[in-house]
Design a protein around this ligand. Structure first.
Ligand SMILES: [Ca+2]
Length: 101
C-alpha cells in the first residue's frame, strides 16, 4: 500500500483501538460499533458478543484467530482490499466513509 493508504488505515485502527494498547478487542468495539443494528442481533439469533466477534474475525488473521486484531492484521486485511482499488483518492474516501474518520 502507498504511504497515504497506510496512513488512513492506521487512522481507522487508532479509532477502533479505544484503549490504545495496540490490539483491537471486543471491549474496544463497544461504543464504536453498534451491534444492535445487525440483522442477526435483531432477530435474536446472535448476542452482542457474537456480532462483535464476527466483526473482528473478518480482520483477524486465519493463522491466529483469537478475537484480537493487531495493527499488522488490520494492515494485511486492507492490503487485500487495497489491491482492488485503483486510486488512493478513492481508497481514502472509502475508508473515511466506512470508519467516519
Ligand atoms: Ca485495544
Amino acid at each position: 500500500m502507498s504511504k497515504a493508504r497506510k496512513e488512513v488505515v492506521m487512522q481507522a485502527f487508532r479509532k477502533l483501538d479505544r484503549s490504545g494498547d495496540g490490539v483491537v478487542t471486543i471491549e474496544d468495539l463497544r461504543g464504536v460499533y453498534n451491534a444492535k443494528y445487525h440483522p442477526k442481533y435483531q432477530n435474536g439469533e446472535w448476542t452482542e458478543e457474537q456480532v462483535f466477534r464476527t466483526f473482528l474475525d473478518s480482520f483477524d488473521s486465519p493463522y491466529d484467530k483469537d478475537g484480537k486484531v493487531t495493527l499488522e492484521e488490520f494492515l494485511n486485511y486492507y492490503a487485500g482490499v487495497s489491491a482492488s482499488i485503483d486510486t488512493d483518492v478513492y481508497f481514502i474516501v472509502m475508508m473515511n466513509n466506512a470508519w467516519k474518520l
